[in-house]
Ligand binder design. Structure first.
Ligand SMILES: NC(=O)NCCC(=O)O
Length: 367
């Protein structure tokens, strides 16, 4: 019997439980009630159909309290590449721009305030080929490269903060970088990936160095945000530092393939949201990418499994987008929930950071 490819974990659950069971599953496993789906405009549904992308929208509420609600709408985009990887690099990039523009237009029409794209979104992820020179045009300047210019216009047009994870070229030195563009289209800052994978077919250490930007939190118009790039999600202290530095929302743009840690995907960012009392937004690439290495004509193929999702600080999470289709996930959240969860569980009071600081210092000095 042929096993059908699985479109999403949530689809399996939905198709195999009756409505009462599904309600209980959502309550126990996701902390979700039936009432957290946001209604999409007809034009959004039509845009998704026309351009072949999925759109889903949810909200997370906070309790009423003395502070006014702090409502923010975030958008996560997962997308496949468009052209074969042997096409000229500027053509490949422009084709991705065309596709992503439609998704951003749709996000804007739904009132998204902060949008994040997947890891190295404007390029085919050639970092698995071991080749560099052949693909060097994909690397670009953080604050004036083609991606910045393209997104800056959209950010300004829609008063949207946009997080743009790219392959950065800084005077010939490459970094895996997330650029933050403010709602006026200006460059606000960047974060360079702290932890580089050297596992399985992931070997990025030959391309760039571990980031040198620490754990910046960007005070945008809408929220204090940070970016934990891909493999950094396996490091609990990476998540911790963004929280200690004041983030309300941490984005995790990723490029991670099927058959490789997929079972971690739904756990790590969700756990980080609970452990650090902030929202986490996980975005994975989607689709297949084939490369023929220039040196020895070897074929390298990769498939990414999408499944982007958002978790609130109380551990409640959205379903994932599909494993195989472009998609836009929209989530409205009340940032008051961060402080509410922290206070409710007494996380600040019971934290004991000084104890950890001492033990970490001793461990590091005895290494
Ligand atoms: N790009 C990247 O960091 N990939 C690592 C894959 C993973 O950690 O799942």
């Amino acid at each position: 019997m042929d096993v059908q490819p699985v479109r999403s974990f949530d689809e399996i659950i939905k198709n195999n439980l009756d409505s009462e069971q599904l309600k209980e599953f959502n309550r126990i496993h996701y902390g979700r009630t039936d009432h957290c789906e946001l209604k999409l405009q007809d034009s959004t549904i039509a845009a998704g159909k026309k351009h072949d992308f999925e759109v889903a929208a949810f909200y997370f509420e906070a309790a009423k309290e003395v502070r006014p609600p702090k409502i923010v709408k975030v958008g996560l985009i997962q997308h496949s590449i468009v052209l074969p990887t042997n096409e000229p690099i500027d053509k490949q990039r422009n084709a991705i721009f065309d596709k992503v523009e439609k998704l951003i237009d749709t996000a804007a029409s739904e009132g998204v305030n902060i949008l994040c794209l997947q890891e190295t979104w404007p390029i085919a992820f050639f970092l698995c080929t071991g080749e560099r020179e052949e693909w060097k045009e994909f690397a670009e300047a953080a604050d004036h490269g083609p991606s910045f210019q393209f997104l800056s216009k959209l950010a300004k047009k829609y008063q949207m903060v946009i997080v743009s994870p790219i392959l950065e070229n800084d005077n010939g030195v490459w970094w895996n970088t997330a650029v933050v563009i403010d709602e006026n289209g200006n460059y606000l800052g960047k974060h360079r990936k702290n932890h580089l994978p050297s596992v399985g077919s992931y070997s990025e250490t030959g391309y760039y160095l571990p980031g040198n930007t620490g754990h910046p939190v960007f005070a945008t118009k809408y929220a204090k945000i940070a970016v934990n790039i891909c493999y950094g999600r396996h490091h609990a202290l990476n998540w911790l530092m963004f929280g200690l530095n004041g983030a309300d929302i941490v984005f995790n743009p990723a490029a991670t393939t099927s058959n490789f840690g997929e079972s971690f995907w739904g756990i790590e960012a969700r756990n980080a949201a609970i452990a650090n009392s902030y929202f986490t937004c996980s975005i994975n690439r989607v689709g297949s990418e084939d490369f023929i290495t220039k040196a020895d004509q070897k074929k390298i193929s990769r498939s990414y499994y999408g499944s982007s999702y958002v978790t609130a600080p109380n551990g409640h999470r959205t379903p994932g987008l599909s494993r195989d289709q472009d998609g836009l996930l929209i989530v409205e959240m009340d940032l008051n929930l961060c402080r509410q969860v922290k206070d409710h569980w007494g996380f600040n009071m019971t934290g004991r950071l000084d104890m950890y600081a001492n033990e970490l210092k001793n461990t590091v000095s005895s290494e």
